[in-house]
Design a binder for this molecule. Structure first.
Ligand SMILES: NC(=O)c1ccc[n+]([C@@H]2O[C@H](COP(=O)([O-])OP(=O)(O)OC[C@H]3O[C@@H](n4cnc5c(N)ncnc54)[C@H](O)[C@@H]3O)[C@@H](O)[C@H]2O)c1
Length: 322
């Protein structure tokens, strides 16, 4: 069945992949983003070049009557959120409320698939992290995600808006078939930075080598962006076909497997060459962060297929060098 899908932040890294995946399924897809990236638009049905809480974006939502809104738009860097929390609470929380207040009055309410984050857990002390591990976001950024999750729960109870919050762990990789979507240059994630260092032949610095992990470097759970996109397709079917109007849910999206910073850099060294050093650790980086994804697998039938290190690094490398 063809569905109407709006993706806020659809020109961004994750939003562009989710939009592509919905389009490939035969749906009608419109993006809302305050930045325009032409490659994100391939084959899509429309673009609103504006803030997602602007009058033009909100009236597009009302007039288009989407079945699904994938809400990826947001600002998402931990450091800047500490330096400038006003911007984060405004762009992430206040504008989401403005959008939801329009949606709550629509006769046919779309379901919301919200880009939440593992940052809602803060620095968990045990792994893998389950959805009931307890919330302790340690930055304004993490707190904006936590707040929006709670708001979505309340808006289901009060107004019947169904939603799924996806707590992404570390999104990585690039569109694995044509390599024509990926992270923009200058991204802050380690795989992006290490590949850019490899390609430009500059020295890459690993942050910290004395963590209580197998090789002393931080361990993270990398989830391929195409697997994230697939989870959104499953979520739309779950909320629209299987259990309509059923609730507000939250799922971790990760692989249940940790990869260390050193393993990533050594992999890149073997495949493409890289010069690297181990520098001091960064404040606020937990030693290990690995998801339990059992709930998403059980409830949504989701299964990551592209999240091995070879596919993640190789797809990203092809995107950067395309
Ligand atoms: N990348 C990750 O590993 C990761 C992990 C956890 C959560 N997330 C969340 O997923 C979402 C997408 O992340 P991403 O990595 O694709 O980020 P991104 O920065 O690549 O994309 C975000 C997009 O949103 C747009 N945007 C921001 N504010 C907007 C506004 N007010 N109106 C319209 N457009 C706006 C930006 O222009 C950008 O294109 C974010 O909400 C982020 O917090 C990402």
């Amino acid at each position: 069945m063809t569905r109407k899908v709006i993706v806020t932040g659809g020109c961004g890294y994750i939003g562009s992949h989710v939009a592509r995946a919905f389009k490939q399924q035969g749906n009608q897809v419109i993006l809302i983003d305050r930045e325009y990236r032409q490659h994100a638009m391939k084959g899509l049905d429309g673009f609103v070049a504006n803030d997602y809480a602007s009058p033009v974006a909100l009236s597009t939502i009302i007039m288009h009557e989407p079945d699904v809104i994938v809400h990826c738009a947001g600002t998402s860097l931990v450091g800047p959120s500490i330096a400038n929390p006003a911007d984060y609470y405004d762009n992430n929380v206040a504008k989401t409320i403005a959008m939801l207040n329009v949606i709550k009055d629509m006769p046919k309410k779309p379901v919301i698939l919200f880009s939440s984050s593992a940052s809602v857990y803060g620095e968990p002390e045990t792994w893998p992290v389950t959805e009931s591990s307890g919330f302790n976001p340690i930055s304004p950024y993490g707190r904006t995600k936590f707040m929006i999750e709670k708001i979505l729960q309340d808006y289901f109870v009060g107004y019947g808006i169904s939603s799924i919050c996806f707590r992404y762990f570390n999104a990585a990789g690039a569109e694995p078939f044509n390599h024509d979507l990926g992270q923009e240059p200058g991204a802050t994630h380690i795989i992006a930075r290490a590949l850019e260092a490899s390609i430009s032949d500059s020295v890459f610095t690993i942050n910290g080598g004395l963590y209580p992990t197998g090789d002393g470097t931080c361990v993270r759970d990398y989830i391929h962006v195409w697997d994230l996109a697939d989870a959104h397709l499953q979520a739309a079917s779950f909320l629209l076909d299987d259990y309509p109007q059923s609730g507000s849910y939250a799922f971790n999206l990760g692989t249940e497997t940790g990869i260390s910073n050193l393993e990533i850099v050594e992999y890149i060294k073997r495949k493409h060459g890289i010069r690297y050093q181990i520098g001091p650790k960064r404040d606020g980086d937990p030693a290990e962060l690995v998801a339990s994804a059992a709930l998403a697998k059980e409830v949504l039938g989701w299964q990551p297929q592209y999240s091995d290190i070879d596919t993640i690094v190789d797809s990203a490398y092809k995107w950067y060098t395309r």
